[in-house]
Design a protein around this ligand. Structure first.
Ligand code: DX5
Ligand code: ZN
Length: 219
């Protein structure tokens, strides 16, 4: 299933309630929320208190992308916000297996993310437990960067590995530089969940933009 998860990193943080209503009306499938700690990545965004405050605005699933050094120790805060899917980085300092298990024990879906330089094989030991693998198509930290097409072989490899193991329901998410030009490339490689920040929010008519992105992904 092809899903669009707009990143609120490009939304108006002063009007998050309005922005979430816009996304809901526009037909977004999820809301991508980027959490950065200024340590794992060189930027700071928002944390659990803000997510908790906006949770009641929409019924859309919250797709929380943790770009933080110690996801395991902060996990209870994010679980408590009502996040539906919690994705953390395999490069973080927390033990990957323990963190996946803790997310599942909390009743949330687990996602595992890889930075551009990280081999996709690092996620293989956890595939049976994951709802999603996030293949970063930019260096995490900032919106508005250019899509790295050289990440596509990682997605193809992961789809092959899933097929080999009979895993049919793993979501493969791409995040970074997703535009009308790049979404067909990522879809063709096997990605099915598309995060987009700057390219989507540049459109006054978000509904039309989301529909167009979906049609382009479908090919
Ligand atoms: C980058 C974030 C992305 C970001 C994408 O570290 O993880 O979610 O918002 O922004 P665009 O779509 O502008 O590349
Ligand atoms: Zn993200």
């Amino acid at each position: 299933m092809l899903l669009i998860s707009p990143s609120i990193l490009s939304a108006d943080y002063g009007n998050l309630e309005r922005e979430l209503r816009r996304l809901t009306e526009a037909g977004a499938d999820m809301v991508h929320i980027d959490v950065m700690d200024g340590h794992f990545v060189p930027n700071i965004t928002l944390g659990a208190p803000v997510i908790r405050c906006i949770r009641g605005v929409t019924k859309l699933p919250f797709d929380v992308h943790l770009m933080i050094s110690e996801p395991l120790s902060h996990l209870p805060d994010f679980v408590e916000t009502g996040a539906d899917r919690i994705t953390f980085h395999v490069e973080s300092e927390s033990d990957t297996g323990e963190t996946v298990d803790a997310i599942l024990a909390s009743g949330r879906q687990a996602g595992l993310a890889v930075k551009p330089a990280t081999p996709i094989e690092t996620v293989y030991p956890y595939l049976d437990k994951l709802a999603m693998v996030l293949v970063m198509t930019v260096e995490p930290g900032f919106g508005g960067q250019s899509f790295m097409a050289d990440m596509m072989p990682k997605i193809e490899k992961l789809r092959d590995e899933c097929a080999r193991r009979g895993i049919t329901d793993l979501d493969i998410q791409v995040d970074g530089g997703i535009t009308a030009q790049t979404i067909p490339i990522a879809a063709k490689a096997g990605a099915n969940v598309f995060v987009s920040g700057s390219a989507l929010f540049a459109n006054a008519d978000l509904g039309a933009a989301i529909a167009r992105f979906k049609a382009l992904a479908a090919g």
